[in-house]
Design a binder for this molecule. Structure first.
Ligand code: DGY
Length: 325
């Protein structure tokens, strides 16, 4: 029997491409050409290939127009990401296209990235690295590049899902006090001593460091705005490794300039890969290029998870374990 046709929009780790090519008639994108960000081009290629499934990734423009233009042959879209805000779920449902993602396997790596940013921001690591690299370092000095310690600080985790909870575990090792906001208070065995805030103002005014782990989408657009920043303590540190859309960049830039926000660490950007140029001149912001899940181990695990889900739909006719639509 002919193997199902799988359109793969991005270059994936070697082991994943090998598995895809073993089990599917896989149409790979070995050069990682940027057609994946153009929804019309994805649909055109799916049509040309008569694809049964699409293995896409964060950043693919799988919007309503793209999904409506897909050929009837497409039964499933798998995204090589936990986030699926780049996929129009309603449009997929309307066409009975199953959508699957890759949760769990990237929680630790993404929390590591948040923690990296937290340390970079609090300890001025980016600034120091730029100084050495530019040959501007004149030697050790007692008052040079003084940051703030994480020890004993109140860490506010916005979104206490898998990634937020991994971050809390790491932060406990730094003797931080964990505070969190979520839809509801979680059971004590999940909280492990973390303090729940049912009131947003109380949460904002309590914490020393904010780490954002919110899903993307319009509901969270510009959540971190001037009004919320003003409710936090002067000198708060802000980290975002969730989705860029939840930060109002102009408001954060103004607060970084005024010192209301001491320092920030960002891995994701509103409209990425574009980054608000207002950040570039600021020393007190650490900027990473969406590295959240970027470890060899995690990207392999994400690929296997995506393929497990595709296998369920296209090879076994069973319910995929990580279905979001
Ligand atoms: C995700 O999985 O949603 C990440 O942001 C992509 O690395």
């Amino acid at each position: 029997m002919a193997k199902p046709i799988l359109l793969v929009t991005r270059k994936l780790p070697e082991a994943i491409e090998a598995r895809a090519a073993r089990d599917y008639d896989a149409r790979l994108n070995p050069q990682d050409e940027p057609w994946s960000t153009d929804g019309a081009e994805i649909a055109r290629r799916a049509k040309e290939a008569k694809a049964d499934g699409i293995l896409g990734a964060a950043g693919d423009k799988l919007d309503a127009a793209c999904i409506q233009a897909l050929p009837d042959s497409v039964k499933v879209i798998a995204t090589f990401s936990v986030g699926f805000d780049h996929i129009d779920i309603a449009a997929a449902k309307a066409r009975n296209i199953v959508v699957v993602n890759t949760p769990e396997v990237l929680s630790f790596a993404t929390a590591e990235t948040a923690f990296t940013l937290m340390l970079m921001a609090a300890r001025r690591a980016g600034e120091g690295e730029r100084m050495v690299r530019a040959g501007r370092w004149k030697g050790w000095a007692p008052t040079q590049l003084l940051g703030v310690t994480l020890e004993g600080k109140k860490l506010g985790i916005l979104g206490f899902g898998r990634i937020g909870r991994e971050l809390a575990n790491m932060a406990r090792g730094f003797r931080m006090e964990i505070h969190y906001r979520d839809i509801q208070k979680l059971p004590p065995e999940v909280e492990q001593g973390a303090i729940y805030h049912d009131n947003e103002d109380g949460f904002l005014s309590t914490i020393d460091i904010l780490s954002m782990h919110m899903p993307g989408g319009e509901a969270n657009r510009h959540w971190l705005n001037a009004a919320r920043i003003a409710k936090m303590k002067k000198g708060v540190v802000v980290v975002n490794s969730g989705r860029g859309v939840s930060v109002h960049d102009e408001a954060l830039i103004a607060a970084l300039k005024s010192g209301q926000v001491r320092a920030a660490g960002l891995d994701v950007y509103d409209g990425e890969p574009k980054v608000n140029p207002g950040y570039f001149a600021l020393e007190n912001v650490a900027l990473l290029p969406h590295l959240g899940s970027a470890t060899i181990e995690t990207r392999d695990a994400m690929g296997h998870r995506a393929l497990e889900n595709l296998d369920a739909v296209l090879l076994k006719g069973t319910t995929p374990p990580h279905r979001v639509a």
